[in-house]
Every structure is written in structure tokens, then in C-alpha cells.
Design a protein around this ligand. Structure first.
Ligand SMILES: O=C(O)[C@@H](O)C(=O)CO
Ligand SMILES: [Mg+2]
Length: 260
């Protein structure tokens, strides 16, 4: 079974966004994921999905003002109304496009915001968002992101992520386990995946360094793919990488590792 989902925000960037769906199909994929679809009308994306017989498995919530440095707004006590609007917008796109997973970015912790206060706000916002999403059978994901690419990003520790999920106690909050970030944060990839397996709903991959396709760096993906099988992982695997060359030519690792 083909469980790989092309991230159309990082792959096929040679062509305009709406043309990337056709490229995914031409390269043999039936699943895609996307970071931020919000600049594009739902109808246009739905047409592309339909015409190319694709399903979209994941989107992110609107992250605030990316150009001004926002990387999510869930930790900010004074941005609750804006966060609620982002949840509504995320749910609108997800329900209209049949997307099961929504990733909620936490935000970058500013020097003048107390970490404990940010954590309480984040957990309250996650609870509210998950409650709303449960009404639409949606799952909310949180993902540790490495501090080299995103300095001071609030969530950079998987143990803390899992303990927050447990404490919030909503069954539809899960982990997005991004092997690229996890390698840069701490390594110990296979054991950590196994330890937190029951909390993981979605996986993403890229190699280190460079965040390119598997086989270009230090992560032994042949082993990782076998490990996912061994653990009984049945979810999808998002290809959230930046191709080292042309996108179409970046899928050779599938033949190499015999994973289709
Ligand atoms: O790993 C990442 O960076 C993402 O999954 C994401 O969606 C935020 O950029
Ligand atoms: Mg990721």
C-alpha cells in the first residue's frame, strides 16, 4: 500500500502551488499533505484533488503572521480571539477538503512571556481547539520542532509534548513525529518512536543535514521504514522534505528501499 503523502508545500515548488497536485499524481502518489492552504480557494484545491484522484491527509492551522515571525499563536494569552478564528478557518478547510489531521503550531516564545504562562495558555487553547475539532471527527496534532531551524519555538521536547497530551486528556490530540526534527533535537529515533507509539498519529520524514530526501544524510531510513512496520505503524508518512535536485527525481529512495 502506498502510504506516502507528498508535502506540496515543500515538493514540486518548481511549479505554482495549484499545479503541484497533478505532479504528485504523475509521480504515482495518491496522498498529499500541505502546510498552509489558506491563500487558495477551497474549490480550486478540491478540483485539483478530484481531477488527480488525490486525498489530502494533513494541513496546519493558520500560523499567525509568518512574515513577521509568527510560527503559530497557540501560546499567547493575549491572542485567544485570533487563535479561535484560526481554528475555525482550519476546520473549514479540513471539513471541506476531507482532511483528517490538523497540525497546530505552538509559537515562538518571546523573552517577555513567562514559559509557565505560555504553557498554560497553550494547553487551554489545545483543549478548546480539540473539543471543537471532535465535533467534526478531526484530530489535532502537535509536533516538536528543532531549535536550530526555529529558535525558541515553544515545543521542542517530545517528553513534554506527550505529558501535555496526557494532562489535557482529549482523545483527539496526537503527536506528529517528524524524524527530521527528532534527529536534530535528540536522536534516538527508533526507541523514542516505539516509546511514544500509541500517541503518534502522523509521521513526516526528511534527512539531516539539509532536510532533503531520504538517503542524502545521516538517517538510515531503510532501517526506520522497517522499524515503523515492526511497531505496527499504519498511518501515513508525509514527505516533508526539500528535494536536493529536481522534485521528480527525488523519489529514487523508494526503489532503493523497496517501499511503495
Ligand atoms: O516540520 C515542520 O516544519 C512542519 O511540519 C510544519 O508544518 C511547520 O513548518
Ligand atoms: Mg514537520
Amino acid at each position: 500500500m502506498n502510504r506516502f503523502a507528498v508535502n506540496v508545500s515543500t515538493i514540486f515548488t518548481e511549479v505554482p502551488f495549484l499545479e503541484r497536485f497533478q505532479k504528485a499524481r504523475e509521480c504515482g502518489f495518491s496522498l498529499v499533505e500541505c502546510q498552509f492552504p489558506y491563500e487558495y480557494p477551497i474549490e480550486r484545491i478540491r478540483d485539483e484533488l478530484h481531477q488527480n484522484q488525490l486525498s489530502i491527509v494533513l494541513i496546519n492551522l493558520p500560523p499567525g503572521n509568518w512574515e513577521k515571525g509568527d510560527r503559530g499563536i497557540a501560546i499567547f494569552p493575549d491572542r485567544t480571539a485570533e487563535f479561535q478564528r484560526s481554528v475555525e478557518e482550519g476546520i473549514r478547510y479540513a471539513t471541506e477538503l476531507n482532511v483528517p489531521y490538523i497540525h497546530c503550531m505552538a509559537g515562538v516564545l518571546p523573552a517577555d512571556l513567562d514559559r509557565q504562562k505560555a504553557k498554560e495558555t497553550y494547553m487551554r487553547h489545545l483543549y478548546d481547539a480539540a473539543k471543537e475539532m471532535a465535533n467534526h471527527s478531526l484530530t489535532l496534532l502537535i509536533e516538536p520542532i528543532n531549535p536550530f531551524d526555529m529558535p525558541n519555538y515553544f515545543l521542542a521536547n517530545i517528553h513534554e509534548a506527550v505529558s501535555m497530551i496526557k494532562e489535557i486528556g482529549m482523545a483527539n490530540i496526537k503527536l506528529q513525529y517528524d524524524f527530521y526534527h527528532m534527529q536534530r533535537i535528540q536522536g534516538n529515533l527508533a526507541a523514542t518512536f516505539e516509546t511514544y507509539f500509541e500517541w503518534i498519529a502522523h509521521v513526516q520524514i526528511a534527512d539531516v543535514p539539509g532536510r532533503h530526501e531520504p538517503g542524502t544524510g545521516e538517517i538510515r531510513y531503510e532501517y526506520i521504514f522497517r522499524h515503523l512496520e515492526k511497531c505496527g505503524y499504519k498511518g501515513t508518512i508525509g514527505l516533508e522534505y526539500i528535494p536536493s535536485g529536481k522534485s521528480e527525481q527525488s523519489f529514487y529512495w523508494r526503489t532503493l528501499y523497496a517501499c511503495h
